[in-house]
Design a protein. Structure first.
Length: 244
């Protein structure tokens, strides 16, 4: 029975290495959306408010706002791409290191596997059986060490491109919201009122969604995000009025 238990533990641990649950993929997408939308709603809103304090022509706000959205989307997207590339490079560097250690220091790595099972509270006999199951295949052994020693999962090879697209598009979608009134109202001083209402409502909704993701109390988190955007816009508007 102990041998069967050890085999069962090792079998399931090995299967876990190649298994990545779907909700983790969705989590990556949601994190990208939060990053992009958070800045997308706040920065163009603050820019539009600042320009409104300096000029009364909505067309100037629109041109500057669209230019900022384009630049911001590209910059944020590139940031997401580089972060994804760095994650992959880090994983494969660590993978190479673990492969070398398994090849050159098998006794040390074997003891690390045994220590893992010991910390699970398994008996010595079961520890030995489970360790044997893991180390008899070097590929599974290395993958085991990557996951349970270093806490690293194999990254999606398309992650960098996906992250760049998700963050860039989210930024653009968020950024266009506070600009919408300026397309329909020629006087920027009139448009800013509607822009503020749209932006603050959107920030509150986004804050609620973000709070739900992070486990923060919904209302408190939503108000915090909304106030952050409001303060940024108010400061930009005030500074523009002072300079003017």
């Amino acid at each position: 029975m102990k041998i069967e238990a050890a085999t069962f533990v090792a079998y399931n641990l090995k299967n876990m290495e190649g298994h990545k649950e779907q909700h983790l993929l969705s989590s990556d997408f949601l994190k990208d959306v939060v990053i992009g939308m958070s800045d997308g709603l706040t920065v163009p809103f603050a820019l539009a408010a600042g320009l409104t304090g300096a000029v009364s022509d909505s067309s100037i706000v629109i041109v500057a706002g669209l230019a900022e959205i384009a630049a911001g989307s590209i910059a944020m997207g590139l940031g997401g791409y580089l972060a994804g590339q760095t994650e992959q490079e880090h994983y494969y560097n660590e993978l190479k290191r673990e492969e070398d250690e398994v090849e050159k220091l098998p006794e040390v790595e074997t003891e690390e596997v045994r220590t893992f099972f010991r910390e699970l509270g398994l008996s010595e006999e079961v520890q030995s059986q489970a360790t044997h199951e893991i180390i008899k295949d070097k590929k599974h052994w290395v993958n085991f060490m990557m996951k349970f020693e270093l806490g690293l999962d194999m990254p999606d090879p398309k992650r960098a491109r996906k992250s760049a697209a998700n963050i860039g598009l989210s930024y653009a979608m968020g950024g266009i919201i506070p600009l919408l009134p300026y397309f329909f109202i020629e006087n920027s001083r009139e448009a800013i009122t509607y822009s503020a209402v749209l932006a603050l409502i959107s920030l509150f909704i986004f804050g609620t969604f973000k709070s739900k993701m992070t486990g923060v109390p919904l209302f408190k988190g939503a108000v915090k995000v909304m106030l952050t955007g409001a303060v940024a816009a108010a400061c930009a508007y005030g500074i523009a009025m002072l300079i003017k």
